[in-house]
Design a protein around this ligand. Structure first.
Ligand code: COA
Length: 261
């Protein structure tokens, strides 16, 4: 697929895909077309065996994503807005449910839909200039792309309610203290840090990585039983080539070479 609102760059040697939301003149605000492209890019990445891990970032040095496109929101009514929220939720859920690790490299403002997009990723690394917030109540709105749910999961009910109700922006160091981000690094080192983190993760058994992500997701899914999912997944590892390779490599005192099978 040809993308017009994002850059889709796959590094062949490492299997690291970088998706860059690319509307810098609008601080990478998410219009409906961009949401659609995020969904399509995520789907394409999940289906492509050459993609092993994903970094999601924003174009420029000022903004990751400054929210849903406010100009476009003014054209929606009750029915179309609900549909837009569902489409956004579906797109972001693809990232969250990905069996390949997804890291948000937050290079500036992550507001509204931007904070929601970052929270749908498995991990978040913030540049020192990053700012997080859910300012929707300033506009007579609430988050629609999973923000009320994932913010509560990540930082707990009390703080989530405070951020949602005050629309306050938090700086990167405060986001780190709250558990909203995993690391804070200088802007110039953001992408290289994310690549190093992902590269380290990608030396591990791919099947096990995907199962870990799925088990953690099961905790937050009311229709699934987390401990049962974990036990089943643990069992599944034992019929994998990766398990045989990982244990043999340990006993033979050599690095493991995993096939992902
Ligand atoms: N939707 C649409 N356009 C947006 C946008 C959004 N969420 N956020 C920024 N833009 C546009 C601005 O309209 C402006 O466009 P213009 O140059 O054509 O006028 C451009 O991006 C630059 O933004 P600007 O506001 O001039 O930058 P700033 O540095 O003064 O302020 C922010 C940066 C992020 C504080 C400010 O843009 C902002 O508050 N954005 C909205 C955040 C928000 O409420 N998000 C939730 C939406 S539900």
């Amino acid at each position: 697929m040809i993308f017009t609102n994002l850059l889709y760059q796959l590094e062949a040697e490492t299997g690291i895909l970088t998706i860059t939301i690319n509307r810098p003149d609008k601080l990478n605000a998410l219009n409906a077309a961009t949401i659609e492209e995020i969904r399509a890019a995520a789907q394409q990445a999940l289906e492509d065996p050459a993609v092993r891990g994903i970094i999601l970032t924003g174009s420029g040095e000022k903004s990751f994503v400054a929210g849903a496109d406010i100009a476009e929101l003014t054209k929606l009514d009750e029915v179309s807005a609900r549909r837009a929220a569902e489409r956004g939720q579906e797109a972001f859920a693809l990232l969250e449910k990905s069996s390949k690790p997804v890291i948000a490299a937050v290079n500036g403002f992550a507001l509204g839909g931007g904070c929601e997009l970052a929270m749908a990723c498995h991990m978040r690394v913030a540049a020192e200039n990053a700012r997080f917030g859910q300012p929707e109540v300033n506009l007579g709105l609430i988050p629609g792309y999973g923000g009320t749910q994932r913010l509560t999961q990540l930082i707990g009910k009390g703080k989530a309610i405070e951020l949602l109700l005050t629309a306050d922006m938090v700086k990167a160091d405060e986001a780190l203290r709250l558990g909203l981000v995993n690391h804070v690094v200088p802007q110039a080192e953001l992408l290289s840090f994310c690549k190093q983190l992902l590269t380290r993760i990608l030396t591990k058994a791919p099947l096990a990585l995907g199962l870990c992500l799925d088990c953690v997701n099961a905790y937050y899914d009311k229709d699934r039983h987390g401990y049962q999912t974990e036990a089943e997944s643990f069992g599944r590892c034992f019929s994998s080539e990766d398990f045989r390779e990982g244990t043999s490599a340990f006993l033979e005192k050599r690095p493991a070479v995993f096939s992902g099978k």
